[in-house]
Design a protein around this ligand. Structure first.
Ligand SMILES: [Zn+2]
Length: 430
């Protein structure tokens, strides 16, 4: 089967409406057929400090560069043998993603340039725009839902969060790279809002490799997103910074879904070789540090996942899983936002034994989560209360520490996850 035809691209993307579908046919395409050489696709997370630059080389040699670091990553691109770039993507116009882009454009031939169309006021952005305007040989592509062929691989561009704002991180271009069963998710500095939007749109696939959104920030993941993505490898592109990236909450979340979490500040450049059957090798220099097995097709996986969900999701309102009851009292007296401890969740045990709940999470539908401290225990037959606001825990009363209300008065979902992110109990109210 030849991959990447218009019809095939459209069929695979039927899960949501496309504004436009464009297929770029690069030189060399049409010569190599699927699996012809068993050549892998290579995804290299270049060590560019507290910034992003990800190089993709298709099995046939087509090249995409997603972000270009703060400084020009020309030496690394030279060492990687990059002589031309078929697709250059700016996920969003912050300097740690586009700072090196004008230099790349001036040094290496580029065919297509894509960004989110969101202007920025900085000199770095203005300089990049001037550079692009002078280059009539580069074709501009708007980041809208479309599939772009890269040799026998393809890049799906996700819909942007439909807000017209200067929340640049939450307008990061989201890309799903697919080479057979090997799937990579790249999304710049997207935060909770954009990740939640993609989850809600149903466009987050089961992936092999996840670039940790926003350099491993604590606002760069949600549990729902991680449950959909189920990455086998997480790479955090990060360097010395004053934001505390990567944040312990994010590291804990990633290591709870996979043991293979790499970071460019510790490991330097990380390269992943992906094969069409889903196998992969994680390389640090010449050394293979992790490998993955063949994967089931998306369809097989989807079926298995649905069955698991049917088994694992307990009844709702109020939900009882085994002998745990979860409830939410969302309507605080007065203005909820001024009285966050006026709303609370209650977890009640009908068990005859104490239950260790250290490391468990209680989350609302928007992924505002509270993690129970490591020594938390739900006593046999006992009850604990999680208040939204601040306070000192006494082992029975816990506090989310939020300055605002969390539980929506007109409907929300409370979900209790154990330390391995499995759903233990759920309470839905309307
Ligand atoms: Zn960034």
């Amino acid at each position: 089967m030849m991959r990447g035809t218009y019809g095939a691209a459209l069929m695979r993307s039927s899960r949501f409406l496309w504004c436009a579908t464009l297929l770029l046919v690069f030189p060399g395409y049409g010569v190599a057929s699927q699996g012809q050489s068993g050549e892998p696709i290579r995804v290299t997370f270049i060590d560019v400090g507290q910034a992003d630059a990800i190089l993709i080389r298709s099995p046939e040699g087509q090249i995409a560069l997603v972000d270009a670091g703060r400084g020009e990553p020309l030496r690394s691109l030279g060492e990687l043998g990059v002589e031309k770039i078929d697709l250059l993507v700016a996920t969003h116009p912050h300097a740690d993603h586009i700072g090196g882009m004008a230099g790349v454009i001036n040094s290496i031939p580029v065919r297509f340039y894509m960004d989110n169309g969101q202007p920025h006021t900085t000199a770095t952005y203005q300089n990049l725009m001037r550079t692009l305007q002078q280059r009539t040989d580069i074709t501009y592509l708007a980041a809208e839902p479309r599939t772009i062929g890269l040799g026998s691989a393809e890049i799906e561009v996700l819909p942007l969060l439909p807000v017209n704002s200067t929340d640049h991180n939450n307008r990061s271009v989201g890309l799903v790279l697919r080479y057979g069963s090997f799937v990579v998710f790249l999304s710049g500095d997207s935060e909770v809002r954009e990740l939640a939007f993609w989850v809600q749109q149903g466009v987050v696939p089961d992936v092999t490799v996840l670039k940790a959104p926003h350099h491993g920030s604590d606002n760069g993941f949600t549990w729902e997103f991680l449950q959909d993505a189920q990455p086998e490898v997480v790479v955090i592109s990060v360097g010395g910074n004053s934001y505390g990236h990567p944040r312990p909450e994010a590291l804990q979340a990633y290591t709870s879904v996979t043991p293979t979490v790499l970071r460019t500040d510790y490991h330097g450049q990380v390269t992943i070789l992906g094969y069409e059957d889903g196998r992969y090798e994680v390389m640090l220099g010449e050394e293979t540090v992790a490998t993955g097995q063949e994967r089931e097709t998306q369809e097989q996986r989807r079926r298995a996942t649905v069955e698991e969900l049917v088994d694992s999701v307990p009844p709702v309102a109020p939900s009882v899983s085994g002998s745990l009851s979860l409830g939410v009292f969302a309507d605080a007296p007065g203005n909820d936002h001024q009285n966050p401890n006026g709303e609370y969740a209650v977890l009640e045990s009908g068990l005859s034994d104490d239950l260790q709940i250290g490391g468990w999470f209680l989350c609302d539908a928007a992924s505002h989560c509270f993690q129970f401290p490591s020594d938390a225990v739900l006593r046999a037959g006992g009850q604990i209360v999680v208040y939204t606001g601040s306070g000192r825990t006494d082992g029975v009363r816990f506090f989310m520490g939020s300055g605002r209300a969390v539980w929506n008065n007109d409907g929300d979902t409370a979900t209790l996850y154990d330390a391995s992110s499995a759903i233990v109990a759920r309470y839905v109210y309307e």
